[in-house]
Design a protein around this ligand. Structure first.
Ligand code: S3P
Ligand code: PEP
Length: 444
């Protein structure tokens, strides 16, 4: 499988951060842009696609199932789709690398096609729970042969025609929601997903953009019912992928914790289901300003300017978790340097990401001099009040890009260098991250 050689690296204070940066395209939108284009009839183009390893795993899998996908010299990607129902059986196992989104969404797609596919991945992905997706997909009639515990390697035997289901999400997960909806694309009748707690809605927005008949009803309690009419015909699109708010959080937190900094991150996606990190940082006193607010590819986008700020600890409401689920590692870094206590709860999902993010952040921050208490479903952090942490420790990134990047950012406000035992996972979501930090150093 796809484990690479570890590449350790030490990070230290670069001086004040100044200037303009761009972050790569949104990872969630990039996966979906490739998948939906591959299911449309005709030629789609994608501009601003994230060329990170996770998204390249999706591209390879869609190619293996019949789509024609190519990158032009100008960086624009072209996809000739096979049409809903037209996926072909792959000849070999689909290697999903480190990517949970690729795996779970593609399991949904395969489930309602008359094909069989085996999914494999790296050591991190091979520990992650897939039962949350195979449970509803078994109800449509697909069959699964998985490793003990419902993990990869896993074979999906799809069924056509599948049975349309109504599924209430037992866990707040956009990946599970999307897997059921994607299975519904090639299922006769109406597939329904009931979402008690809202999660990122890129699938809904984009499927509608591709011409699917999809409606969303929200009741008085905020429960969303999504209905998709199956045997859909998707029309090819020209898609512009906005910058990834999850990636933008790294330079923005770096600027907030580093004295004398002022940076602008251009073209950041600010879908309300993704922007929780910015709201919480503002609640802590972060000086963020939004300019050039506009729409890109059906998503709200702005340029964000961040200045060094005196942050104060807050209590993060658990219902905010889905809107900042991937940003908690770097949020914990900001909290460890704030004035006073930050309390988080309702974060059980962080234990089943690329790593156990609660455990690794608690251990790594503590080793670098922060005051952290790990609870079952969150961290309690007593911040340094802006003072630099000691630093000096080596942290385990455990094949988790966001852990590696969070400690690279923490080093901005540590006295001694922070070493990350392996930075290679950063290439899954933010291949230009190290270059961006080097440019900050060079611009000092
Ligand atoms: O649908 C998506 O694109 C994603 C959903 C989230 O996962 P869950 O659905 O497991 O919460 C998130 O953590 C992941 O990075 C991307
Ligand atoms: C959880 C993440 O991704 P995935 O689930 O796609 O591996 C992430 O990018 O933080």
């Amino acid at each position: 499988m796809t484990d690479s050689i570890a590449r350790p690296k030490s990070f230290s204070y670069t001086g004040p951060l100044r200037g303009d940066v761009r972050v790569p395209g949104d990872k969630s939108i990039s996966h979906r842009a490739l998948m939906f284009s591959a299911l449309a009839v005709g030629k789609s183009t994608i501009t601003g696609l994230l060329e990170g390893e996770d998204v390249l795993s999706t591209a390879a899998a869609m190619r293996a199932m019949g789509a024609d996908i190519a990158r032009g010299a100008d960086g624009v990607w072209t996809v000739h789709g096979v049409g809903v129902g037209g996926l072909m059986q792959p000849d070999t196992a689909l290697d999903m690398g480190n990517s949970g989104t690729s795996t779970r969404l593609l399991m949904g797609l395969v489930a309602s096609h008359a094909i069989q596919a085996t999914f494999i991945g790296d050591a991190s992905l091979s520990k992650r729970p897939m039962g949350r997706v195979s449970d509803p997909l078994s109800q449509i009639g697909a069959e699964f042969i998985s490793s003990p515990g419902g993990t990869l390697p896993l074979t999906v035997r799809g069924i056509c025609p599948a049975v349309p289901i109504s599924y209430r999400l037992p866990v707040a997960s956009a990946q599970v929601k999307s897997a059921v909806l994607l299975a519904g694309l090639n299922t006769p009748g109406i597939t329904e997903v009931i979402e008690p707690i809202p999660t990122r809605d890129h699938s809904e927005r984009m499927l509608r953009g591709f011409g699917a008949d999809l409606t969303v009803e929200v009741d008085a309690d905020g429960v969303r019912t999504i209905r998709l009419v199956g045997e859909a015909e998707l029309n090819p699109q020209n898609i512009d992928v906005p910058g990834d708010p999850s990636s933008a959080a790294f330079p923005i937190v770096a600027a907030l914790i580093t004295q004398g900094s002022e940076i602008t991150v251009r073209n950041v996606g600010l879908n309300p289901t993704r922007s929780g990190i910015y709201k919480m940082l503002e609640a802590m006193g972060a000086d963020l300003t939004y300019s050039n607010e506009r729409e890109v590819g059906g998503e709200p986008v702005a340029d964000i300017t961040a200045r060094h700020s005196a942050l104060t600890g807050i209590e993060v409401p658990p219902e905010a978790a889905p809107s900042m689920i991937d940003e908690f590692p770097v949020f914990f870094v900001a909290a460890s340097m704030a004035q006073g206590r930050t309390v988080t709860s309702g974060l059980d999902e962080l234990r089943v990401k690329e790593s156990d993010r609660l455990a690794l952040m608690a251990t790594g921050l503590t080793a670098n001099g922060a005051t952290v208490t790990e609870r079952e479903d969150g961290l309690v952090i007593d911040g340094s009040g802006g003072a630099a942490l000691a630093g000096g420790a080596t942290i385990a990134s455990a094949l988790d890009h966001r852990i590696a990047m969070s400690f690279a950012i923490a080093a901005q406000n540590c006295r001694d260098a922070v070493t990350v035992d392996d930075v290679s996972p950063i290439a899954t979501s933010f291949p230009t991250f190290e270059g961006m930090l080097e440019a900050f150093s060079a611009g000092r």
